[in-house]
Ligand binder design. Structure first.
Ligand code: PLP
Length: 372
């Protein structure tokens, strides 16, 4: 057998992304019906209007898509109140995270982000040969002061998730604006608002206004979360045209499919689906918080569609839950081995999760007692 092709040293530092287990895989392996609360998907599924658009437009999939996503661009531009050239579309916002680094970083530069945040930022930075600098959380949340203080003359890109995944914590627009005022012009700040619609709190976001003011900001949103279209891979960025052009230089021209564009467009019309999703999530956050408290499990209060819960041993508890038919995410790979991240499900799914968690914790505590 020949030696494998050589891989640059900086690439070897990248940990391949550990995705939540697909539900089909769990059901196949364990021979049970499973509930997946592992990837922050919408438990209500996609909007029926989006499904209808998919059916309607499936007939055209022999054609390459419109690489400029004209109709979706026009629609979102109007909705957000920005010119159409302030938008860039990606195969999920994940692709735009990668493109932001590829468009702005080179060997010798630094990319800055937080510890315990979305791991795609790390991979995006490292894959350019730039140095990855990660600032620890402060009080379980992103430390904007710490990140501003970590800027050096080599920093070129900063990634921030608001709300943060996996902590579910958020920072207000006023705090972010003060942070941005401390960041030199040659740095691109990527503000990842994947959970924007869920985090609907007073004073939460002014990202569009900041883009309109001409700041060096790329705000990212996605159709994967509240719109329930994770499987179609479509998200977008909002930024001044110079930043959009920097991403377009490295963007594959047909990166978002025509059917994804059509479904996204239809999903934007379904205000009722968005409203129900927000409502169900609010109730689910309360239900999980009450259930965790009852079980004596501490958790980080969240404004997103997931909760980080300290169960003592995230790997053991996830495994026990898996065998009870519930898929959650152990967090060791994000540097939080004591925790699991649970996506908010329907009321029934949350109830089953809490019952299974009580059982899992009971049997693990029992084992510890009998071993001692
Ligand atoms: C903070 C954050 N950003 C981006 C994404 C990726 O979403 P997309 O499906 O749009 O690539 C996720 C998905 O979990 C996320 O948690």
């Amino acid at each position: 057998m020949s030696k494998p092709p050589s891989v640059p040293e900086y690439m070897r530092q990248i940990q391949p992304y550990v995705a939540g287990k697909p539900i089909e895989e769990v059901e196949r392996e364990l021979g049970i019906r499973a509930i997946k609360l592992a990837s922050n998907e919408n438990p209500l599924g996609p909007s029926p209007l989006a499904v209808e658009a998919l059916r309607r437009d499936a007939i055209g999939v022999h054609r390459y898509p419109d690489g400029s996503a004209y109709y979706l661009r026009e629609r979102l531009a109007k909705e957000l109140g920005v010119p159409p050239d302030h938008l860039v579309f990606g195969a999920g916002s994940s692709e735009l995270i990668l493109l932001a680094s590829h468009g702005h970083l080179q060997h010798g530069d630094e990319g800055l982000t937080s510890e315990a945040s979305f791991p795609v930022y790390d991979a995006a930075i490292l894959s350019t040969g730039a140095r990855l600098v990660r600032v620890p959380l402060a009080d379980q949340a992103i430390d904007l002061d710490g990140i501003a203080a970590a800027v050096t003359r080599h920093t070129r890109v900063i990634y921030l998730a608001n709300p943060n995944n996996p902590t579910g914590t958020w920072f207000p627009a006023s705090t972010f604006e003060s942070f941005l005022n401390r960041i030199p012009d040659e740095i691109l700040v990527v503000l990842d608002e994947a959970y924007y619609e869920y985090a609907d709190r007073p004073g939460y976001s002014r990202s569009i206004e900041l883009v309109r003011e001409g700041r060096n900001l790329l705000a990212l949103r996605t159709f994967s979360k509240i719109y329930g279209l994770a499987g179609l891979r479509i998200g977008y960025g909002i930024a001044r045209p110079e930043i959009v052009t920097a991403l377009d230089r490295v963007r594959h021209p047909f990166n978002t499919s025509g059917i994804a564009q059509s479904a996204a467009l239809a999903a934007l019309d379904d205000h009722e689906h968005v409203r129900r999703s927000i409502e169900m999530n609010r109730a689910g956050l309360d239900q999980l918080a009450a259930g965790f408290t009852e079980l004596g499990v501490s958790f980080v209060p969240s404004v997103a569609n997931f909760i980080l819960a300290d169960v003592g041993n995230g790997a053991a508890v996830s495994d026990a839950l898996l065998h009870l038919g519930i898929v959650v995410r152990p967090m060791a790979w994000m540097g939080i081995p004591q925790s699991i991240r649970v996506t908010v499900g329907t009321a029934e799914e949350n109830r089953k999760l809490l019952a299974a968690l009580a059982q899992a914790l009971g049997s693990l505590r029992g084992k510890r007692v009998s071993h001692s």
